[in-house]
Design a protein around this ligand. Structure first.
Ligand code: NDP
Length: 288
């Protein structure tokens, strides 16, 4: 079997086009320019690239964006004050705190994320938004798993009734992914590092989502023929190449559809951030 390759750029382009149309509508009909702020603390080079990409993506679709660059040595109180200030800024609809934080602030990460107003929490990490997702009232949803689900929908892949197996139970990917698939009527199994006999479970998956951060961990023998395989992992290996958590070359021979790394779901994360910003605007102004 030759798998259908689910290319992130195709779906990301569709989502961005949709966002662009929504931005034009908000500007023309309601006189609203959506605004997103990304806070970055310190000089982490990878974070700077991510932030620059987000800024560029906002410009492409007409969202106003601002980068708040804070010096490495700021205190917990200064960062909290910055977040609270942005919560009260009516021109800003979405606030994102770029992670990781410098070492001296890492222990307060949850406190910072919880300080972002739930209605401006475009990363979907606030406990209020996590709770809403859990009870099936999706508000602002974490961008990476939301992007995976959007991609399945855009690719016309049915979720209802399928057995979805998720490998990884992190708060930013595995758990929200499970809730999103459950709300769309999949039968969901979540696996993690203590799961016994993982291959026997992954082999039952109609939809297999992998987010563990282990290069090429999922091999051909762990995948049911015809399964849809979504690889969220991004790993840099010794020769500097980026690879996923799935052994792509092997698994594409048995899967019916598969996302590549790079070029797969990673591209959807920024697209969903833009989409969440529009959602935040519409929720604030009660626009359908
Ligand atoms: P975390 O490190 O937070 O979580 C990893 C999860 O994988 C844990 O639940 C862990 O289990 C589980 N795990 C680790 N080893 C195994 C194993 N051998 N068998 C089964 N489960 C295992 O990672 P994230 O969720 O943050 O990220 C996962 C991957 O996705 C990374 O490669 C990351 O770079 C990538 N990623 C990509 C994004 C994008 O495309 N934009 C966004 C976010 C992440 P346990 O809980 O028991 O420890």
């Amino acid at each position: 079997m030759l798998a259908r390759i689910l290319e992130g750029k195709v779906f990301a382009a569709q989502i961005k086009e949709n966002v662009k149309t929504e931005v034009e509508f908000l500007k023309e009909i309601h006189g609203i320019t959506p605004g997103l702020v990304v806070i970055i603390v310190g000089e982490n080079p990878a974070s700077k690239v991510y932030v620059a990409n987000k800024h560029k993506a906002c410009a492409e679709v007409g969202i106003y964006s601002e980068v708040v660059q804070m010096i490495e040595t700021i205190t917990k109180e200064q960062l909290l004050a910055q977040i609270i200030d942005l919560n009260g800024n009516a021109a800003i609809d979405g606030i994102l705190l770029q992670l990781p934080l410098p070492d001296h602030l890492k222990q307060y990460e949850t406190e910072f994320l919880n300080a972002i107003h739930p209605d401006k929490d475009v990363d979907g990490f606030h406990p209020v938004n996590v709770g809403k997702l859990t009870i099936g009232q999706e508000h602002l949803v974490p961008c990476t798993p939301y992007g995976c689900v959007k991609m399945l929908q855009l690719a016309n892949i049915d979720i209802a009734g399928k057995h979805a197996v998720i490998v990884g139970r992190s708060n930013i990917v595995g758990k929200p992914m499970a809730n999103l698939l459950l709300s769309r009527h999949a039968t969901v199994t979540i696996c993690h590092s203590r799961t016994a006999d993982l291959p026997s479970i992954t082999r039952q998956a109609d939809i297999l989502v992998v987010a563990i951060g282990k290069p090429k961990f999922i091999t051909k023998d762990m995948v049911k023929p015809g399964a849809i395989v979504i690889d969220v992992g991004i790993n840099r290996i010794a020769d500097k190449r980026l690879v996923g958590d799935v052994d792509y070359e092997q698994v594409k021979e048995v899967a019916s559809a598969i996302t590549p790394v790079p070029g797969g779901v990673g591209l959807l994360t920024i697209a969903m951030l833009l989409s969440n910003t529009i959602k935040a605007v519409k929720l604030k102004h009660n626009i359908k």
